[in-house]
Design a protein around this ligand. Structure first.
Ligand code: ATP
Ligand code: MG
Length: 649
């Protein structure tokens, strides 16, 4: 009874209705931070606790490795360990491995590595350009077609119907698509979409495979259902057969993969498909302060063509917090240095680094922020860690662990792992430098995983640990690395942090260049900003820089989405887009001193710890006291104008 109370007590009445609904179709339609993920994890735990289903019969799926990891963490916290929580792809891969011998025989097939090479061969055959950019466009178009279940022959009609812009003459795109499929099949390779296609086909065409699968899995849950593609829906339908034990949760305002074929329609039409479904709407936002909630509502209320079912307004439940901050910078290094400085002060105020995220639109933006964080000696992890297992130090560590598993050194499991990893560079003390520190953090994460395993399995062995690592590598489920998260907005979906920095809010980046002039694409960019804003529990910072490089030409304009969000009192709001160099916003009657440059190399000085210590970052010269005083004066003047905290050098 106590467990049951624990599972229901921390929920509001609507959440409780969804959690305790009888087995069968359930749909939760709700905004960000309203507890959708919490509701499904509690529902799984509740059904298991009541004996309606065994934990091992539950299959929960979502779309990114991090979100799947989040589901697993939350389920574990509720005492449910045997339920599967995976991405669609990881779930399909696992099932396919199991059924493959029966469906295909003992032929060995491999996953495609280096997909662009294959697309290049295909494009070459057809005489299309093999420049990297065109290959990437072709590869994404093929992915889109497969995700939408569009075969090469149907491509021209479907592309026209859905107003796609094919990355070349339609007939040639069709030929490349066809050639790519042929080359792949001939080499006995499967791409990511094939995993889903083959899984669906195995269940659709092999009665005994379907029967065994459906006996094994009886309860299905989909988080972030607004991002399902027709191909994923087909897999889901194959899993279900004619059953309806399916719980879905989603928010149509957070559809951010429609460029890749995702559609909120199955979510919005769920109750039409399952008339007996329990449908629940949630509006109370438990994640964010009212200030963040209000900004989120403003961002999304400006959206056009919102489908019915997505017009929910969030109502903040938490105590008030700080106002969201807007900050404009001359250039990206200055923006990054300011973010790093603000991160440092949050950490000093007691916010754990792992509760802070810097989110951006495209991965290329990450580097300048990585550099600034490294210089400020703040540990960080990049991009959701999906690539954790591809990092050279992790590959090397896994090799060492695997060979050590044959005759392991003596000790308890974590100690053994530590001993082995010491051979590949795990020192007792963390190194101070950025990249070395990051490598060290990855190795330490492997030790922490060993500690976790030792705590949950009585006689955990190195062999068992290596098997666990292999499983995680396959499922793309990395261990957590402590530190500030640097992630793309896409990778941040479903997650939350105490402090969130949304950086690079300029035209061409958010919205992304190629969305310009395409209303649907612009709306998807707006939803990305909404996803970003709603990741913050408490501190939210939105920033942009007018030039890319230090002292570079300021040709960039702040994002159109900031229009109407900037408080009227904000200097950047008053001056619009026409700031003059060094004049600064709101600079009537007052002139900011010009930004000092290094006397030797002539580069502008930026706020970095190196400069703080009196060194130029662009050349090896030392900065004199007068220059540092001028830099301090310039910075505090700019900070005063922009109403951002003074990042005192
Ligand atoms: P998103 O759309 O971003 O995925 P979500 O709807 O899945 O958001 P959750 O992540 O489940 O939201 O919940 C947001 C936060 O609010 C979490 O920290 C969660 O623990 C908390 N929360 C959810 N419901 C409640 C509740 N009834 N009481 C207190 N806290 C809650
Ligand atoms: Mg969620």
């Amino acid at each position: 009874m106590d467990t049951e109370r624990r599972l229901l007590d921390g929920l509001d009445p609507e959440q409780r209705a969804a959690v305790a609904a009888p087995r069968g179709p359930v749909c939760v339609l709700a905004g960000a931070g309203t507890g959708k993920t919490r509701t499904i994890t509690h529902r799984i735990a509740y059904l298991v606790h009541r004996g309606h289903v065994a934990a091992g019969q539950v299959l929960a799926v979502t779309f990114t490795a991090r979100a799947a990891g989040e589901l697993r963490t939350r389920l574990r916290a509720l005492g449910v360990t045997a339920a599967q929580a995976r991405t669609f792809h990881a779930a399909a891969l696992r099932q396919l491995r199991y059924f493959w011998p029966r469906v295909v025989g003992d032929e060995q097939w491999d996953l495609v590595e280096g997909k662009l090479r294959l697309v290049a061969q295909a494009a070459n055959r057809v005489g299309m350009s093999t420049e990297a950019e065109s290959l990437r466009d072709l590869a994404s178009e093929i992915e889109w077609a497969k995700a939408c279940l569009v075969a090469p022959d149907d491509y021209p009609a479907e592309a026209a119907r859905l107003h796609r812009q094919p990355p070349g003459p339609v007939e040639q795109v069709v030929q490349v698509y066809r050639a790519y499929e042929q080359l792949k099949t001939r080499a006995r390779l499967l791409d990511f979409d094939d995993l889903l296609l083959h899984t669906a086909a195995a269940l659709e065409e092999h009665g005994e495979v379907a029967a065994e699968f459906r006996d094994r899995y009886r309860c299905f849950v989909v988080d972030e259902y607004q991002d399902v593609t027709p191909l994923q829906q087909r897999v889901l339908d194959a899993w279900l057969g004619n059953r309806d034990d399916l719980t879905v949760v989603g928010d149509a305002n957070q559809t951010i993969y429609s460029f890749a074929g995702a559609s909120p329609r199955p979510l919005l039409e769920f109750s039409r498909r399952f008339p007996s479904a329990t449908v629940v709407r949630l509006e109370r936002d438990y994640r964010s302060t009212p200030q963040v909630v209000s900004l989120a509502n403003q961002v999304i209320s400006a959206a056009r063509d919102r489908p019915a079912g997505s017009r929910l307004k969030l109502v903040g439940q938490r105590a008030p917090g700080p106002e969201p901050r807007f900050a404009e910078f001359d250039d990206e290094p200055a923006e990054a240095a300011a973010v790093a400085a603000r991160v440092r002060s949050l950490v000093d105020e007691g916010v754990p680094a792992s509760e802070i995220a810097v989110l951006f639109r495209v991965n290329a933006q990450s580097e300048v922020f990585e550099q600034a964080l490294a210089e400020a000696e703040i540990p960080y992890q990049v991009r959701g860690g999906e690539r954790f297992f591809q990092r050279p130090e992790v590959r090397q560590a896994m090799l060492a662990l695997r060979s050590a598993a044959v005759s392991p050194p003596p000790g308890e499991l974590p100690e053994v792992v530590r001993t082995v990893l010491a051979r590949v560079g795990l020192t007792e003390e963390p190194p101070s430098g950025g990249a070395a520190r990051e490598r060290w953090e990855s190795l330490l994460a492997l030790v922490e995983l060993a500690e976790e395993l030792a705590a949950s399995v009585a006689d955990a062995t190195l062999g068992g640990y290596v098997a666990e690592l292999d499983m995680r590598a396959e499922a793309q489920h990395p261990p957590t690395v402590e530190g500030v998260t640097l992630a793309s907005l896409h990778a941040a979906k479903g997650l939350e942090w105490d402090a969130v920095f949304l950086v690079g809010l300029v035209e061409g980046t958010l919205p992304i260049q190629h969305a310009d002039g395409d209303n649907a694409a612009i709306e998807e960019e707006r939803r990305l900003l909404y996803v970003g804003v709603t990741r913050a529990r408490e501190h939210l910072w939105l920033s942009w820089a007018l030039a890319r490089t230090a002292g570079g030409r300021r040709y960039r304009r702040r994002s159109r989405f900031l229009h109407g969000l900037l408080p009227d009192s904000h200097p950047a709001a008053r001056t619009g887009q026409t700031r003059q160099r060094d004049g600064g916003p709101g600079s009537v009657g007052r002139r900011t001193p010009s930004k000092p440059r290094c006397r030797v190399c002539g580069e502008f000085l930026v706020d970095t710890p190196a400069v703080k210590l009196g060194r130029c970052v662009d050349c090896p010269s030392t900065l004199d006291e007068e220059l540092l005083t001028r830099l301090r004066a310039w910075r505090s003047e700019r900070a005063r104008e922009l109403k951002v905290p003074a990042f005192v050098v």
